[in-house]
Design a protein around this ligand. Structure first.
Ligand code: MG
Ligand code: MG
Length: 264
């Protein structure tokens, strides 16, 4: 069942989403070649707890960390480790918080200096496809309209659209109804109603769409080891149109101030 949210509940969700955006900004200030993903995870956990929230991923179905950090061919759910970042990497960082009982969940893929043009194009297309999906979040439209918008935008540029994972409803729980796939047919699926809150998260590859999960049970990478990107926003469906609760602006400000990162 889809849990519709009233205006004050949406404001609570906005606070959670914005704390995720601020956490990702903190990560953007600290990303550099040589830093470990574990160090980034510790920075995020400290920041989240200092702001009176809890990392929503930590312990979720046994996930060990506050962030999912997925490098290059890893699509999502990379577990922070002693692995060091390198020039030219794509670093996808997914973060979730629980603040006052409400969940925020957003992701941003960072481009480390030295990245090649193909990876830059992949990142741009993935981010743009997220907004193509958001444009469809209008009362009366259907989930399939959103899904198709993302799929057609990416496939028309010959990218792969991952099928095995999708976006989701969001509220007091991280994964609520409905599922929000990144592929589908226009006019299919449930209708958007006022008060729905969803996380949209295209996961796009430079090669084929197939993925595998590694033996840790979490790390999801492309089968053909092609590069991949992932962006995620939290959206409330309102009479005035899509209301983006998370915010990439502080993240992009931090990227511009970090000489190790490229603003794509
Ligand atoms: Mg996420
Ligand atoms: Mg999500």
């Amino acid at each position: 069942m889809i849990q519709l949210k009233n205006k004050s509940e949406i404001e609570e969700l906005r606070k959670s989403a914005l704390l995720v955006s601020e956490t990702l900004s903190e990560i953007a200030r600290n990303i550099r070649p040589g830093i470990t993903t574990l160090a980034l995870d510790e920075i995020a956990e400290t920041f989240i707890r200092d702001n009176g929230a809890k990392p929503a991923f930590k312990g979720y179905n046994g996930f060990p960390s506050s962030l999912c950090i997925s490098i290059n061919e890893v699509v999502v759910h990379g577990i922070p480790s002693k692995k060091e970042l390198r020039q030219g990497d794509i670093i996808s960082v997914d973060c979730g918080v629980e603040l006052n009982g409400w969940i925020g969940d957003s992701a941003y893929s960072f481009a480390l200096e030295g990245i090649n043009d193909e990876s830059v194009s992949l990142l741009k297309t993935t981010k743009e496809s997220l907004y193509k999906g958001i444009e469809k979040c209008i009362i009366g439209n259907r989930i399939g309209d959103l899904s198709h918008a993302i799929q057609s935008y990416c496939e028309s540029r010959s990218y792969g659209v991952v099928r095995d994972l999708c976006g989701h409803g969001l509220g007091r729980k991280m994964h609520e109804s409905p599922e929000v796939p990144n592929f589908g047919k226009p006019g299919s699926g449930i209708k958007f109603k006022e008060g729905m809150v969803i996380a949209i998260e295209p996961m796009i590859t430079q090669g084929k769409k197939e993925v595998i999960f590694e033996s840790d049970g979490w790390t999801c990478r492309t089968l053909d080891r092609s590069m991949t990107a992932h962006f995620e926003h939290d959206i409330a469906i309102t009479k005035e149109g899509p209301d983006i609760l998370s915010n990439f602006l502080p993240i992009e400000k931090a990227i511009n101030e970090n000489i190790n990162l490229l603003n794509i």
